[in-house]
Design a protein around this ligand. Structure first.
Ligand code: BEZ
Length: 582
């Protein structure tokens, strides 16, 4: 294998700005199918910032591709101002147009990249640009309100927004100071935030982040648009998936912050993509991975998924190369023996090929919530059972936003060294009075849960607005309570993310939470547990329970909510699990 690397290439886009690009290409000079990766993290990063699920550049060189890695507008050596999402559609299309004009490009272009490097792919593809033949969006999203900035239930993904903004601002400040410009004091201040991001996230009001906003004013826009309004409609790439005509290999992780959306991208494209190739060529691969580098090993302190669980063990590079070979080189046989869906089934700790997602034999099964006494804490009397409850009851807890339930692992970014994403033991939060726990008896037979999980709860509150959270947990025989997936629903967005409606204090509402997706076999000796509460902080911002503008509230504004969960024949609160019985 012999290749050439051209650094400092300047790609002109329609307004005359030059975007810094590094080109890797075969030394032979022969025209090659070309891959484009764009992101705001510097062109030295060739596999994407969010994890190492993107193929190694040397594997792409060995396979004979040319690769262009580009700084997004305003990032590192590219001209202009970096405002997330805003310019990526046009800049991506103009770069594809430039690529096909190069003598080393054979006219066929694919895109790849993780996280921000995936947002840009969906934006480029949504223009229907002719030369684009395939894409590999990895741990990413095609709808920026739903993921990563807010969530399907309308709560702000605070940990993501703040840690990412801090990281981007810090990278930029480092770049400026090392080039002899910038302000070293600002760099120091950002480095301090990065060392303790939870400290910054705990400051109320959320909107008082002058330091971060000074470096990335876009943060203010995000906080000023808590509803899924016109601002988000404009930013999001996929208003109409039929505009996308290329197949995508969607790659995600069960503990990645984007996983709900990764799966949604796959299903919406499968149903409504703009060509037969886009619909039938969609692929989905999900491993036991979290977002940050390291989360892709499948090895976590509280849970170890074995060697097969790592990115290397998954043979992901082989899958990616075959996919690219099929769509960029037209090799019809390249995907032979592979399946459209490949998932890591936790519990069994094995990879499994599937033909569809959700799995065709899914039995959506209700597990009802009941309790013979208070369900507060894991020591309480909460029961989860497929039998319908016979008597009516309510469980009560006080949700105090000044004392929120702390996030322990799960689908967070976890950029700070002291934070951990993924399958973390939840026992410390299950000991809290404001966490209701509903648990099955010890299982005698394995129970497989693979697919979308949802929770319907009948709830009332003393407040005009509050949040409800749900968490699915696998309780091991040794007592470990390992988080699988979770969700949150903000009361005011129970009917619509675009048109908030406050609650009537005391009125009972049935609210459905999107609890994301998972694939896990609960083994004999284990128990299935559901936690219900009203905060998961700082994964999500805390609801001050006032019905006011949440991002503007100080701790003094916040009030305690008395929240009730109703269960029984008239109020069938239930967890709906996608059961696979093979
Ligand atoms: C990333 O590129 O890794 C990223 C982008 C947005 C939010 C979180 C992470």
């Amino acid at each position: 294998m012999s290749f050439i690397v051209d650094t400092g290439v300047q790609v002109p886009v329609r307004d005359g700005s030059l975007l810094a690009t590094t080109v890797w290409r075969p030394a032979s000079g022969a025209p090659a199918p070309t891959l484009l990766m764009r992101h705001p993290y510097g062109t030295d990063i060739t596999s994407g910032y969010g994890g190492t699920q993107s193929p190694d550049i040397l594997a792409l060189m060995a396979a004979g591709y040319a690769v262009a890695v580009q700084d997004c507008r305003g990032a590192f050596h590219s001209e202009g101002v970096f405002t997330p999402h805003v310019d990526d559609r046009n800049d991506g299309v103009d770069t594809v147009a430039w690529l096909v004009e190069q003598e080393w490009c054979d006219g066929r272009v694919g895109t790849y990249g993780a996280s921000y490097g995936g947002f840009v792919q969906w934006l480029t593809a949504s223009t229907g640009v002719e030369a684009l033949k395939a894409m590999v969006p990895t741990v990413t999203s095609d709808d920026f309100y739903l993921s990563p900035w807010y969530s399907p239930g309308g709560a702000l993904s605070l940990e993501t927004v703040f840690s990412w903004t801090t990281m981007v601002a810090l990278m930029r400040a480092q770049f400026e100071v090392s080039g002899g410009g910038g302000d070293p004091k600002e760099l120091m201040a950002l480095a301090e935030v990065m060392a303790d991001p939870r400290g910054a996230m705990s400051v109320a009001p959320t909107s008082s982040q002058e330091l971060l906003e000074r470096h990335l004013p876009w943060l203010g826009d995000v906080l000023r648009h808590p509803s899924r309004d016109e601002y988000w409609q404009r930013l999001g790439p996929v208003r109409d998936v039929s505009s996308i005509t290329v197949p995508a290999l969607n790659i995600g992780g069960w503990y990645d912050l984007f996983v709900t959306q990764t799966v949604r991208s796959y299903t919406t494209m499968r149903e409504g993509g703009g060509s037969v190739e886009a619909r039938e060529g969609q692929r989905l691969v999900i491993g036991p991975w979290a977002h940050t580098p390291g989360g892709d090993t499948g090895i976590y302190p509280d849970r170890h998924f074995g060697m097969a669980g790592s990115v290397v063990g998954s043979q992901l590079t082989d899958i990616q190369l075959r996919f690219l070979d099929r769509w960029l080189r037209g090799n019809e046989d390249a995907l032979e023996g592979t399946a459209p869906v490949r998932i890591f089934v936790m519990g069994l700790d094995q990879w499994r090929d599937e033909q569809e997602w959700p799995l065709p034999d899914t039995q959506y099964t209700d597990y009802f919530l009941s309790a013979s006494g208070p369900a507060n804490t894991a020591e309480g009397a909460g029961l989860l059972s497929s039998a319908e409850p016979e008597s009516e009851k309510q469980d009560t807890y006080l949700y105090d936003p000044r004392r929120p339930v702390p996030t322990l692992g799960g689908n967070i970014v976890a950029l700070a060294p002291q934070d951990l994403a993924g399958p973390v033991d939840q026992r410390p939060v299950e000991a809290r009075d404001d966490v209701l726990c509903f648990t099955t008896p010890v299982l005698e037979n394995p129970v497989e849960v693979t697919g979308p999980v949802s929770l319907t709860v009948f709830v009332s509150s003393s407040a005009a607005d509050t949040d409800f959270t749900g968490k699915l947990v696998d309780v091991f025989p040794d007592g470990r309570a390992i988080i699988l997936c979770e969700g949150i629903q903000r009361g005011r967005y129970r009917n619509s993310l675009a048109d908030p409606e406050l609650m009537q204090p005391g009125e009972i509402y049935d609210i459905t939470l999107n609890m994301s997706v998972t694939s896990n076999v609960f083994l004999p000796g284990h128990r299935i547990r559901l936690e219900v509460s009203s905060s998961n902080f700082p994964r999500y911002d805390r609801n001050g329970n006032t019905g006011g503008v949440i991002a503007e509230e100080t701790e003094a504004d916040m009030v305690i909510a008395v929240n009730h969960l109703h269960h029984g024949p008239a109020h069938p609160s239930r967890l709906t699990l996608p059961i696979i019985d093979r």
